[in-house]
Ligand binder design. Structure first.
Ligand code: GSH
Length: 296
């Protein structure tokens, strides 16, 4: 890799397969599957293929919130897609999401399975299917969708921009960190001003706009992503903190955070979810004991 201050791009870009950086093993400039792999299918109508990153957590929180409201049709099997191992490039996964990124969902409740990819699209699909977390009057519904799409357009600057250059890039490049820190602080101020006006993003009620936004901006405020709380002085955004704390306290959110998590504190990981009782630690102990008895 060249010094960022002296690098001159060549006429034609070429792919350095052994490139530096945390994601060099999985990033590639082409789409499509790299290997054949059939996806597992469980007994529930909804099959989720995901991982507990902020984009994945949006969907597990939504499903847990729907179940908390007693929508039994929201029962789901959550299968873990390990993106660092390249599971997103298996043929079965690519058939559900041609963009090879988690989360991806299949709804098998009808005669023909429906595939849904892109976290915002999945939230909207579930909200419309169950008639929940999406206001029905045109003005509030539009406000909700505006914030949902705001999140989809903004979070890549937080994750792929700021987070990448602040936490993951093999070199700290001041220009890139400055550019994206400025943008993320601006975004936090956008949220803070909105949340000074209303309790939740779309108005008085908790909606898919909050479910989409909290896993990124709530996590940033709580120092759960990028370790950048002090750098970005996140405590200044008091309305975002009030909103984030209220969402964090929801039991469905706490359950959603655990599903498909394969990192961090073991007690907060539920690699696969097939039943509400899976959250019960005693059930988990039994599963682990059975695995150990079968040789791991
Ligand atoms: N816009 C997509 C972004 C999804 C996304 O970036 N997923 C990441 C994890 S957070 C992923 O699967 N990365 C794997 C890869 O890039 O190969 C969405 O919201 O669903």
């Amino acid at each position: 890799m060249n010094d960022p201050q002296t690098y001159t791009p060549p006429a034609v870009w070429t792919w350095k397969k052994d490139g530096a950086g945390r994601f060099s093993g999985i990033n590639r400039p082409v789409a499509g599957p790299t290997h054949d792999k059939v996806l597992p299918v469980g007994r529930h109508p909804l099959q989720l293929y995901s991982l507990a990153t902020p984009n994945g957590v949006k969907v597990t929180v939504m499903l847990e919130e729907l179940l908390a409201r007693k929508f039994s049709g929201a029962e789901y099997d959550a299968w873990m897609i390990s993106i660092m191992d390249g599971d997103q490039f298996g043929s079965g996964f690519v058939a559900v999401n041609p963009n090879s990124k988690i989360p991806a969902l299949t709804d098998r409740s009808g005669p023909t399975p429906i595939r849904v990819f892109e976290s915002g699209s999945i939230l909207l699909y579930l909200a419309e299917k169950f008639g929940a977390f999406l206001p029905t009057d045109i003005a509030t519904r539009t406000e909700c969708l505006s914030w949902l799409f705001w999140q989809m357009g903004s979070a890549p600057y937080l994750g792929g921009g700021f987070g990448h250059f602040y936490a993951y890039a093999p070199w700290k490049i001041e220009y890139a960190i400055d550019r994206f820190a400025m943008e993320v602080k601006r975004q936090l101020d956008v949220l803070d001003r909105r949340l000074a006006e209303t309790q939740y993003l779309a108005g008085p009620d908790y909606t898919i706009a909050d479910i989409a936004t909290w896993p990124w901006y709530g996590a940033l405020l709580q120092g759960r992503i990028y370790g950048a709380a002090e750098f970005l002085q996140v405590h200044e955004y008091v309305n975002v903190k009030r909103w984030s704390d209220a969402i964090t306290a929801r039991p469905a959110v706490q359950r959603g955070l655990k599903v498909n998590r394969n990192y961090g504190d073991q007690s907060k990981q539920l690699h696969e979810r097939h039943d509400a009782s899976d959250f019960d630690t005693k059930t988990q102990d039994k599963i682990e004991a059975a695995k150990a008895a079968n040789g791991g």
